[in-house]
Write a protein that binds this ligand. Structure first.
Ligand code: DOR
Length: 449
């Protein structure tokens, strides 16, 4: 859409800032310029009647793995960003465990350049901390980097940061948000050894939540929280998966004042350890999907604001890789196309309100990472919007998957609630089941001093 074009959206039922309001929207160029009833469409270039549909701000997914560079046999920025648009995710923040890892300024610059050339959704890239790149971290331009990512437990990509002195230096010296993967390595090693003694190399997948156990999660996340308290660091704990960890977080202060925040992912809210029998290694994630009781506690933690952000941790691997035995199958799975339909289905089951969904998946990532002019439906903000048909039922079908890896842990699942259209920077980026071949993606920018 050019800078002068005018699009009027009529009769939108917008879910935004804790309210559901029926209104019209005027989109001029990239921006929402007016919100109100009775906006005239006489001089509009385009009118879209959203009668019967809900419109929410585009989701900002604060944790995805798009595998580029180096792991492009699994996925790439182009394919996964298209899948994200089909799933209502207009902005993504991508992780540094690629090959090479995003742990130097030059690798970070190259990733951004690749995204500028090929991404279909708005993008930003976390910088990876290691045991020996403190100088690089301190030289970062904090206005351009969304956050620092530290693996405090090893996962895909071998990026474990396990030197306590280094950790303390990083926590003490950066003003960036430090996003952490928390699972205690020693505990996992011991649990794996015990399982191997019992099962040899035929460990059943049902052992995964006992190997990557509640204790492994709690030990690591409680140490990270203690270090953040000691050093005053700004900590964000990724993919909380257990009830026990919820005690580490607070809900008695507003998000903007929190120094320690937490994220929960769709798969930990959807699946439980009972699903390993049917889904096998396709639901092998780090951290592991845990018990039904943990899942229920995560829903409570989300609704009571102990958990601040809803994300995907989209982490595709090929089907061939995933279909290996427990120890060989990598952890992770593709999620960006179906996280929102899963959440809408959960809304119909009474698990969360639409207002809460929007708060956690759209507003809060914008607050937490200081994302400029996105995450809300507001005049002067970018027109990143998702049109939802919340009554539409559909079964996840292999033929409709946009992921390069061509499989989904949700195949065969009946969802209620679908993405009808996605607008990115004022441009219909996804409609009628198709991604627009012209990309309108931009780099995210951050409102920071
Ligand atoms: O299951 C996971 N897969 N968890 C992670 O933290 C990393 C991810 C991946 O990159 O494969």
């Amino acid at each position: 859409m050019n800078t002068t074009s005018k699009l009027v959206i009529k009769n939108a039922r917008i879910v935004n800032e804790q309210q559901i309001v029926e209104t019209d929207l005027l989109i001029q160029g990239k921006y929402i310029t007016k919100i109100g009833k009775g906006i005239s469409s006489t001089s509009a270039d385009q009118v879209y009647d959203a009668e019967g549909k809900y419109i929410i701000p585009g989701l900002i997914d604060d944790q995805v793995h798009f595998r580029e560079p180096g792991l492009t046999h699994k996925a790439c920025i182009e394919t996964e960003s298209k899948a994200a648009l089909a799933g209502g995710i207009t902005s993504f923040i991508e992780m540094p465990n690629t090959q090479p890892q995003t742990t130097t300024q030059s690798e970070w610059d190259q990733k951004n350049k690749r995204a500028e050339e090929t991404s279909f959704a708005n993008y930003a890239f976390m910088f990876g901390g290691t045991n020996d790149n403190l100088d690089e971290i301190l030289a970062l331009d904090n206005k351009r980097v969304p956050a620092l990512k530290l693996f405090l437990g090893s996962s895909t990509g071998n990026m474990l940061v396990d030197n306590p002195e280094v950790l303390k230096s990083i926590f003490s010296s950066t003003s960036l948000v430090i996003a952490v993967h928390c699972e205690d390595e020693q505990t996992i090693r011991e649990n794996t050894k015990t399982a191997q003694e019992k099962y040899g190399d035929q460990i059943p997948i049902s052992e995964h939540p006992f190997i990557r156990s509640e204790e492994a999660c709690y030990l690591s996340s409680s140490q990270a929280v203690a270090l953040a308290k000691e050093t005053g660091a700004r900590l964000h704990v990724f993919h909380v998966s257990t009830a026990k960890e919820l005690a580490l977080f607070r809900n008695d202060i507003p998000l903007k004042d929190k120094k320690i925040t937490a994220e929960v992912c769709t798969h930990h809210l959807w699946f439980s350890s009972e699903d390993y029998t049917e889904k096998g290694t396709h639901i092998k994630w780090n951290p592991a999907v845990k018990t039904k009781e943990d899942r229920a506690a995560l829903w409570e933690g989300l609704n009571s604001d102990l958990l601040d952000v809803l994300a995907t941790d989209h982490a595709p691997h090929t089907l061939e890789e995933k279909n290996q035995t427990y120890l060989k199958a990598p952890s992770g799975g593709p999620l960006v196309q179906h996280a929102l339909p899963a959440l809408l289905t959960s809304y119909h089951k009474g698990k969360l309100s639409l207002e809460k969904l929007v708060e956690k998946a759209c507003h809060n990532p914008a607050i937490l990472f200081d994302v400029k002019q996105r995450g809300y439906i507001r005049e002067g903000y970018f027109a990143d919007l998702v049109v939802l048909d919340i009554e539409k039922e559909f079964i996840v079908n292999k033929d409709e998957l946009l992921y390069q890896c061509g499989w989904s842990p949700f195949e065969g699942t009946l969802f209620k609630g679908a993405v009808e259209r996605t607008m990115l920077n004022g441009h219909w980026a996804y409609a009628n089941g198709k991604v627009n071949p012209i990309s309108a993606a931009e780099a995210l920018t951050f409102d920071r001093e």
